[in-house]
Design a protein around this ligand. Sequence first.
Ligand code: GDP
Length: 482
Amino acid sequence: GRDYSNVSTTNDSNDSDKLLGGLLATGFDESSCLSRYQSPLYRKPSPYKPSPYLVSKLRSYETLHKRCGPGTDSYKKALNQLHQEDHIDNDGECKYVVWVSFSGLGNRILSLASVFLYALLTDRVLLVDRGKDMADLFCEPFPDMSWLLPLDFPLRDQFDGLNQESSRCYGHMLKNQVVDNEKALSHLYLHLVHDYGDHDKMFFCQGDQTFIGKVPWLVVKTDNYFVPSLWLIPGFDEELDKLFPEKATVFHHLGRYLFHPTNQVWGLVTRYYEAYLSQADEKIGIQVRVFDVGAGPFQHVMDQISSCTQKEKLLPEVDTLVESSRRVERTPKHKAVLVTSLNSGYSENLKSMYWEYPTLTGEVIGVHQPSQEGYQQTEKKMHNGKALAEMYLLSMTDSLVTSAWSTFGYVAQGLGGLKPWILYKPENRTAPDPACGRAMSMEPCFHAPPFYDCKAKAGIDTGKLVPHVRHCEDMSWGLKLV
Ligand code: GDP
C-alpha cells in the first residue's frame, strides 16, 4: 500500500496534482478539511484536465463570492431589496441564487452542482440552504467566505412550503399571466422539481432567462441534474463550450471542486479504504439500488449482478465442480469488491459464492460492504455521512457497476471519472437481458428534461438536437451529456 502518513498538512505545495490541475484554490487551512487535498492520494490521477478558462472562471467566481457573501455590505444592500419590493435598484452589485436543500443526498449533490453552474453562467452568487445536514457533510468550497445561507435569511422559514402554487413561483406567475417585463421583482422562486409543469419548464428558454436574469434573488428547489438542458439554451451554449471543451466532464470537475467531505466523513472513507481496499490489486465497485417495493434481497437482482460482472469480465466465474480443478497460483491476483446497498443480501451472496467455490482464474475475491442501513433515512445525520462516504469509496474503485436511475451511482461515477456498467432496470421482477451495458459517458442523467422548442413554441425531442446531448442509457426520456 501507499504511505499516507506523510500527507502534507501545511500550505506549501503547489503540486498541480494536489490541486487537481488548478481546479482547487490554494490558501485553505488543510487540517480543517483533510479531504480537499488528500483525496488525490486515493485515486488514480484523472485523465481529464479542467480547461484554463474554467480555472480562471472559478477564481473570479471566488472573488465575487467573497465580495458579495453573507455579512458583506453588498449582501446587506441586496437584503434590503427583499424588503423594498417596489423600488428595486437594478444596479445592485450582487445577485444571488439560493439552493434549497431538498431530496436524497445523491439528488442534492447533483442539483447543487447544476445550480452552481447556473450561478457561474449568470454571474450570481450561490448560497446554500443548510437543511438538516449540509454543513455536517461538506466543507466550505470557496476560500474566505461561507457558501451557507445565514440562518436569519428572511425567506428561510418559507422554504419548506415552496411549491408550484407559490405566488412567487415563476411558472405559477406565467400561468396566471402576472409576469410584467417592466416591473422589477426582488425575488422569484424557481420550481425545478421532477413534478414540475410546462410553465416551470420555461426556465429553459432564452427569453425567460432575460427576465429571470434581472431578479436579484432567485430561490431554487430542484432534485435534478439539469445541466444537459442548460446546454440547449442559446446564450449559454457558447460559454459552456469554452468552460468545458470536453463536454462530458461537467460534473467530474464541478463535483471535485465543490464537494469535499468533512473530516468526520473523511474518516469513514479513509479508515474503510485502508482496512479493506488499499491492498487489493484491483478494486471493483458494485452499487446496488433497488427501486422495487418489498423487502430484498431479490433473486433476480442477484442473478443480474452475477450475469453482468461475469459477462463483462469484471469478476471471475466460480468452479462448482470443486474437486476437478484446484489451480494453485503462487501469487494470486487479489480483487476487492466494494458493494454498497441498503440491503446486506447481495454482498453476502457474492461473499458466500467466492468462499464456497474456487474461481476459474485463480483470483482471490474479497467482498466488502460498509453499511446496510435497511431503508432510506434521509433526515438522519450519520446515515447520510455513511451514504456520502460510500459514494466516495465507490469513486475510488477501478471499475464500477451502478444501478439504473440512481443518482447515488451518478455521483460516484462522476467523482471517480468512471464510465460505469449500468445494471438496467428490472421489469416485473425479472433480470433484463443483457443485464448491464457500458455508459456512454460518466455524466449524470437529467431525469426530467423539458421537451419544448422555445422558438417554435412546440414540442420537440431535445435528445436529438445536438450530438452531445443525448437520451440516457438507463432512462429513455432522460438527457445526458456525452
Ligand atoms: P437515489 O435515490 O438512488 O437516486 O439516491 P439518493 O442519494 O438521492 O437517495 C437515496 C438515499 O438512500 C441516499 O441518500 C441514502 O440515504 C440511502 N441509500 C441508498 N443506497 C444506499 C447505500 O448503498 N448506502 C447507504 N449508506 N445509503 C444508501
